[in-house]
Design a protein around this ligand. Structure first.
Ligand SMILES: *Cc1c(COP(=O)(O)O)cnc(C)c1O
Length: 455
């Protein structure tokens, strides 16, 4: 342990997370209840420990990463910053392309960056058990692994369709000791109601959230965890961008463009916010910095949604958050980047986008797989379908440099490996995958059901 401690000091592993809410040009709109009053912390305290809630509303610019968390981060961090030399050559671009490969973590994605501190802070507050929901399984796997690291049992409500289809993700969670329940289940009222209405109900993320939340409310020793969207999750992920910043500084580099896929927005926040912070502080090197959030054309919350108050879940259990939303009853088509199928986004990202501090683009599914395969053949790593969205835009920006002759420095976040997603690749290779543009009329229709604040 002593050796590990000495090494921790030498590592590029940051000692603090960056809390961008301290530097936002316009403050965040508060979460509200349906009557238009600020959401009560007492209600939130039924499902989150005070240690997590303190982070959610933290005002300090930097928040210390506890040593217990850094020791576990050290299992896979710092992650080397890679330059995609071979991809640059193939593209014949003067641009320099750097990436951070988060598939190095035990769970194979960036999500343990937040799962580890969330398990730690729950343990610190004396919580005895965790609940969560999972769709595609990335978050469920990450919090299962994190629960093991701190001796906390985890119950994962997994959407029934995924439970049946994504068997390997399910067994990954079981291997890490979690109890994986197909949702809807008989264990909660929300689940029983859904099954009473339709005994073959295939479930939805919104329903699984309702079950996990209800479970946590009913047991005073149990708390609920969430893998994206909330402020503290975005803050934990800044460990990635802060690491990149140190690594780039060592080779006298600074990015012109930072790119990340955007579902709930935690990984984009993590890679982009530490650099964006320089821009907010008028640092000359960040003057022309562009940060681009990439979403699927089938779930275009930033590019086609509206900036307004909406529920975080499908059933209306969460407080109202001001964000870009497609409407909480948005029904995502069955695209293969499961982690990007969220109707809303982090309120911080929404505010920054509204303030024109960041950009957003939507890309079609086939073009993302084209980019993922091109990347795998050049650099070796097979990316998760979510990560392919960032790669698509990194390649597009590099090709623009080829046209203009500019040698820009591009940095993107490779959020995870695609080893559990090979069925999606198989569909792509056999020509079964299709593009899908979520129609503006459907957005309009969902927006008619936005919650009406009663004040
Ligand atoms: C969950 C996930 C995402 C999207 O979530 P964000 O909170 O937007 O980062 C992206 N890539 C992978 C591999 C994921 O598991």
């Amino acid at each position: 342990m002593e050796l590990l401690r000495i090494n921790l000091e030498q590592y590029e592993l940051p000692k603090f997370w960056y809390n961008i809410t301290a530097d936002l040009p316009n403050k965040l709109a508060p979460a509200l209840d349906i009557h238009g009053n600020p959401a009560s912390l007492d209600d939130m305290a039924k499902i989150f420990p005070h240690t997590i809630l303190e982070q959610e509303v933290a005002t300090a610019r930097y928040v210390e990463i506890p040593e217990e968390v850094r020791r576990i981060y050290a299992q896979w961090r710092p992650i080397p910053l890679c330059r995609a030399h071979r991809l640059e050559e193939i593209l014949e671009t003067p641009a320099k392309i750097y990436y951070k490969y988060e598939g190095m973590s035990a769970a194979g994605s960036h999500k343990p960056n937040s799962a580890i501190p969330q398990a730690y802070y729950n343990k610190l507050a004396g919580v005895k058990r965790l609940t969560t929901e999972t769709g595609a399984g990335q978050w469920g796997a990450s919090i299962s692994y994190a629960g093991q690291m701190f001796g906390l049992p985890v119950r994962v409500y997994m959407v029934r369709v995924s439970y049946d289809q994504k068997v390997f993700r399910r067994s990954t969670m079981t291997a890490w000791g979690s109890e994986v329940i197909a949702s809807p289940s008989e264990l909660t009222k929300a689940g029983r109601d859904a099954l009473a209405a339709d005994k073959n109900c295939r479930g939805s993320l919104g329903l699984a959230i309702s079950e996990a939340v209800e479970d946590a409310i009913n047991d005073p020793n149990t708390c609920y965890t969430l893998g994206s969207v909330m402020n503290h999750v975005c803050m934990h992920q800044t460990v990635m961008g802060l690491e990149c910043k140190k690594q780039l500084a060592k080779i006298d580099e600074y990015p012109d463009i930072v790119i990340g896929a955007c579902g709930g927005g935690s990984s984009f926040s993590g890679i982009a916010f530490p650099f964006l912070g320089d821009k907010l502080y008028d640092e000359p090197k960040a003057k022309n910095l562009r940060c681009i959030a990439v979403e699927p054309t089938s779930c275009p919350s930033l590019t086609k949604g509206v900036f307004t108050y909406d529920f975080g879940d499908a059933s209306g259990y969460t407080p109202l958050m001001k964000m870009y939303t497609l409407g909480h009853d948005f029904m995502p088509p069955g695209i293969h980047a499961g982690g990007l199928r969220y109707h809303g986004c982090s309120p911080i990202i929404a505010q920054l986008y509204n303030d024109k501090m960041i950009e957003a683009v939507a890309v079609p599914q086939l073009a993302t797989f084209d980019a993922g395969v091109q990347f795998a053949r050049a650099e070796g790593i097979i990316p998760a379908p979510e990560s392919c969205h960032a790669i698509r835009v990194a390649i597009d920006e590099a090709l623009k440099c080829k046209q203009s002759g500019e040698a820009k420095t591009i940095l993107f976040c490779l959020t995870g490996h695609g080893h559990f997603d090979m069925l999606s690749y198989e569909r792509y290779f056999s020509g079964e995958l299709e593009n899908y543009d979520y129609p503006q009329e459907a957005v309009q229709k969902s927006l008619e059901h936005l919650p009406k604040i009663e004040k």
